[in-house]
Design a protein around this ligand. Structure first.
Ligand SMILES: [Cu+2]
Length: 344
């Protein structure tokens, strides 16, 4: 190859990199929101975040369409309940929960919190969750629950009520959780490294879902360990910040490919249901009940935007009016413009 051609190729390659970077920076992502680990957040920021969360528990519902919702917090929990059978054990698990974090950010803003979302680096507390700073009773989420219902008895969420759950029911209950340190050992840095070693999205979402995501849930047993409404415990958002960061860290290993790599089913297979339990939705309904007619009436089409049963970049992500709908494409890049944040 002649030197001139070689030079031309180098110039073209540089131009391409520059164009890619220009696209990445995105004209709409100039002020990057910083998502800090809870342990590294300033006390004043922790207090502001907690105050906004408490405010959501005390604000009345606004949408007038979420079955059983009495408060703004209930509406947020209901959103997860209504989507439960399409956003777990499916390819849209990661993009939907990234969008769900963004919905949470918008709700916190309604209560005056405009800082970055905190997250919990569970790798640092693996095997000893109960010692983690997130469970501080003043500058944290309170500890493991107490009594026969495992109600969180100390901290800012003691004595607060959630009216959504268990499962597809809508009954009042306390914010509750039960910590099991031994299960938390599967949220270690080694486990995370394994979870994000998949070669394509199909491998990655499943490994993250069945790995530290699932073990974190089992170790915390938030809201009776109920997969459908565990979002009722504010701690859920800290765990899912950790899960979202896992996806981003996987994407960051090969951004050129992984900003567009999507797949997996867009709804659960009724014969399997939640893959971590097996047995199918029919047998799982004994534990959790079934979506009521009122819930089904507001449940979005799980295939919306996809033209089939596989999750695509055109898949529609809905919050039923809390914030405008988005697409999976919108949430692929955390600095793409629709989203603008980083984990620090
Ligand atoms: Cu979920």
């Amino acid at each position: 190859m002649g030197n001139l051609i070689r030079l031309l190729l180098v110039v073209l390659a540089c131009l391409h990199v520059e164009a890619t970077l220009a696209h990445r920076a995105g004209s709409n992502c100039t002020t990057i929101s910083k998502r800090r680990e809870w342990a590294n957040m300033a006390d004043a920021d922790k207090k502001a975040y907690i105050a906004a969360e408490q405010c959501l528990f005390k604000s009345p519902q606004k949408l007038n369409k979420m079955p059983g919702a009495k408060t703004r917090w209930d509406e947020f929990v209901s959103l997860h309940q209504i989507h439960a059978l399409q956003i777990h054990s499916t390819g849209q698990f990661l993009p939907y929960h990234r969008y769900f974090l963004n919905v949470h950010q918008a709700l916190l803003a309604e209560c005056g919190y405009t800082g970055g979302l905190p997250w919990w680096d569970e790798t640092k507390d693996a095997g000893k969750f109960s010692k983690a700073k997130v469970f501080d009773k003043i500058l944290g989420f309170g500890g493991s629950g107490q009594g026969s219902k495992n109600c969180v008895a100390d901290g800012p969420y003691a004595n607060l009520q959630v009216n959504i759950g268990q499962g597809f029911q809508t009954n009042p209950r306390c914010v509750n959780r039960k910590l099991t340190d031994s299960l938390s050992s599967s949220c270690s840095a080694k486990d995370v490294a394994t979870a994000i070693s998949g070669k394509d999205y199909d491998a990655a979402w499943l490994a993250i879902y069945m790995g530290p995501h699932l073990y974190g849930h089992m170790a915390l047993a938030m809201m009776d360990g109920d997969s459908i409404t565990s979002s009722g415990d504010p701690l859920f958002m800290m765990h899912h910040g950790f899960v979202d960061k896992m996806w981003w860290d996987w994407q960051s290993k090969d951004l050129a490919k992984r900003l567009t790599d999507m797949g997996g089913p867009n709804a659960q297979d009724p014969a399997v249901g939640f893959i971590e339990f097996g047995g199918g939705t029919e047998s799982q309904s004994k534990m959790w009940g079934k979506p009521t007619a009122a819930m089904l009436a507001v449940t979005p089409d799980p295939t919306a935007g996809d033209n089939g049963n596989i999750t695509t970049l055109n898949h529609v992500l809905s919050s039923l009016g809390i914030i405008p709908d988005a697409t999976v494409r919108d949430v692929m890049d955390i600095k793409g413009g629709y989203l603008c944040y980083e984990y620090v």
